[in-house]
Design a protein around this ligand. Structure first.
Ligand SMILES: [Zn+2]
Length: 114
């Protein structure tokens, strides 16, 4: 289950960024593109599973925001949303020029007052 390693990576990243503030972390906001194949429900399950080994994060919750896939069309210079994984611009041109949808990042972290 690759979500487990994703959650562990998120925790390691936080520990590098906020080495002294882990007990104050209350919320982790993740932004995930549809193409990254991360299922929010599986992320939540993995998060709960990892918490068993990482009691420091007991008071932390995870929020996952999914971003739609956007492609940019060179033919008509338009950015449009991909539906049903059909990489075709409304003008009819196929496009593989993905400008959004592959992200997997920590968009923000909520910290309690010290
Ligand atoms: Zn187009």
């Amino acid at each position: 289950m690759h979500e487990i390693s994703l959650v562990r990576n998120i925790f390691r990243t936080l520990e590098e960024e906020f080495p002294n503030d882990i007990p104050r972390v209350r919320g982790i906001n993740l932004t995930v593109g549809l193409l990254s194949n991360v299922q929010p429900i599986l992320m939540q399950n993995a998060f709960q599973a990892v918490l068993e080994d990482e009691p420091r994060y007991q008071k932390t919750s995870l929020h996952v925001t999914i971003l739609p896939i956007l492609i940019h069309c060179e033919a008509c210079n338009t950015t449009s949303e991909v539906a049903q994984y059909r990489f075709i611009c409304p003008c009819g041109q196929p496009s593989r020029n993905v400008v959004q949808g592959e992200e997997l990042l920590i968009s923000s972290v909520e910290l309690d007052e010290p």
